[in-house]
Design a protein around this ligand. Structure first.
Ligand code: FAD
Length: 266
C-alpha cells in the first residue's frame, strides 16, 4: 500500500502531524520505536506545556498515541534506517521491510550519539545499522555489536543464531578500524578486537545518515518556513530541526509540516 503520509518518529511532533493529517482524511503510517520508551516519558511534570500544566511526559505521549490511533493513524514499530525520495514517492526502510508514501515527515527527535571514529568512512564496508538486514553477509564471521536500540539483545541473538561470532562493546569511546573495509574496533580502554563487521544498533540515527543528501546545519535538519527540507517530498518537525528543544515547538511544527505536505497533495 502507498500511504499519503509517512512519519518517522512517534513523539509529540510526529503524532501531532499524524492527528492533523488524519483529520484531513489522509492515510498515515507512523514508523517509530516504542513511543512509550522515549526519554520524554520519564519527565515527572511539565510546567510549560500550554493548557496542561503539570502533565507528565508519559501521560502526554499516551494521550497523543491514543488520539492518533483513534483517528485511524497506523503505527509500525521499528527503526527507520533510510529515507529515499523517488520522484513522486518516498520509500522508508524499516529494519528489513520497506514502506512507501507520497511524502514523509521526519520527526525522530535529536540523535544524542556522536558518530564514531571510522563510522562514516566504513558505512556499507563492514559497518551496518541493522543485524536482521545485513547479518547474512557475516555468517561464520566475527562481528562486534554496540548500541542502545530497543531490541538490541534480540539482534545480537539473531546474529549468533546464524553462526556469527559476536562480541558486544559499549558505544562510548569506540573507534572502528580498517582502510576501505572494517578490520576491527578499539574500545575506550584501548583494547583492539579484530572483526569483519560492526553493527551499530542505536535507537536513533543522525538525520544526514537517515536520508542521504539531506541538508543539515549543526547536526539539525535544515527546513524552510513550510517545514520542507531540501529533498522533494521530505519535511521535518520537532527537536530534529533545532532549538528550542521544547514540546510546544514540536507540536506546532508537526502540525505545520503535515499542513504543507498535504497542500502538495490537494
Ligand atoms: C526528561 C525530559 C524532560 C523534558 N521536559 C520538558 C518540559 O518540561 N517542557 C518542554 O517543553 N520540553 C521538555 N522536554 C523536551 C521535549 O520532550 C522535546 O522537545 C519533545 O519531546 C520533542 O518532540 P519530538 O517529537 O521532536 O521528538 P521526541 O519526543 O524525541 O520523539 C521522537 C521519537 O522518534 C523515535 N525515533 C527516533 N529515531 C527513529 C528512527 N530512526 N526510527 C523510528 N523511530 C525513531 C524516538 O525513539 C522517539 O520515540 C523534556 C525532555 C526530556 C527528555
Amino acid at each position: 500500500m502507498k500511504y499519503d503520509l509517512l512519519i518517522v518518529g512517534g513523539g509529540p511532533a510526529g503524532l501531532t502531524a499524524a492527528i492533523h493529517a488524519r483529520a484531513r482524511d489522509k492515510s498515515v503510517l507512523v514508523v517509530s520505536n516504542d513511543p512509550m520508551a522515549s526519554p520524554l516519558c520519564r519527565a515527572p511534570a511539565m510546567a510549560n506545556y500550554p493548557g496542561l500544566p503539570g502533565v507528565t511526559g508519559r501521560e502526554l505521549v499516551e494521550r497523543l498515541v491514543k488520539q492518533a490511533g483513534n483517528l485511524g493513524a497506523e503505527l509500525k514499530r521499528g527503526r527507520a534506517l533510510s529515507v529515499m525520495p523517488m520522484g513522486g514517492s518516498v520509500m522508508v526502510s524499516v529494519e528489513n521491510d520497506a514502506v512507501e508514501g507520497r511524502a514523509v515527515i521526519l520527526a525522530p527527535g535529536v540523535s544524542r550519539a556522536a558518530p564514531l571514529q571510522g563510522e562514516a568512512e566504513l558505512l556499507g564496508r563492514g559497518v551496518s545499522y541493522c543485524a536482521t538486514c545485513d547479518g547474512m553477509f557475516y555468517r561464520g564471521k566475527s562481528v562486534v555489536c554496540a548500541g542502545d536500540a530497543p531490541g538490541f539483545e534480540e539482534e545480537v541473538e539473531f546474529l549468533r543464531s546464524i553462526g556469527c561470532g559476536v562480541a558486544v562493546k559499549r558505544l562510548a569511546g569506540l573507534s572502528i578500524l580498517g582502510e576501505g573495509r572494517v578490520t576491527g574496533v578499539r574500545d575506550a580502554a584501548g583494547e583492539e578486537t579484530p572483526c569483519d563487521g560492526v553493527f551499530l544498533l542505536r535507537a536513533s540515527i543522525a538525520p544526514a545518515r537517515l536520508a542521504p543528501g539531506l541538508e543539515t546545519e549543526g547536526g539539525y535538519i535544515k527546513v524552510d518556513g513550510r517545514m520542507a527540507t531540501n529533498l522533494p517530498g521530505v519535511y521535518a518537525a520537532g527537536d530534529c530541526t533545532g532549538q528550542p528543544l521544547q514540546l510546544a515547538k514540536a507540536v506546532g511544527q508537526g502540525q505545520a509540516a503535515a499542513h504543507s505536505a498535504m497542500e502538495e497533495m490537494d
